[in-house]
Design a protein. Sequence first.
Length: 105
Amino acid sequence: MIYITREGNRKAILNRILVEVERQERQWGKEKELTPHQFLGLALEELGETAQALNETCLPSKYITKPELGGVYKIENEAFQTMALLFRLIEKLEEERLNESLNDR
């Protein structure tokens, strides 16, 4: 059994978010041109998919409509995709703030 400290676990989670950020950038390419509102829209869409996966995993089976959308793995994947989009949104907001600051000079 491998003992992982809380700090080590957090670093692994942060690393996985950054891996997802890089995957998204490779997959979607020109998204750097999106506005913050467009990034937020994508993040909210992913959050909805995370909620759907959570519901399909945790609801009583008589309410589950699409069991293939559930499972811990699916929840985790959707959550990381959401976090990566939010990370990219923050990067975009910081970039715009920096550009505004430079233009004000």
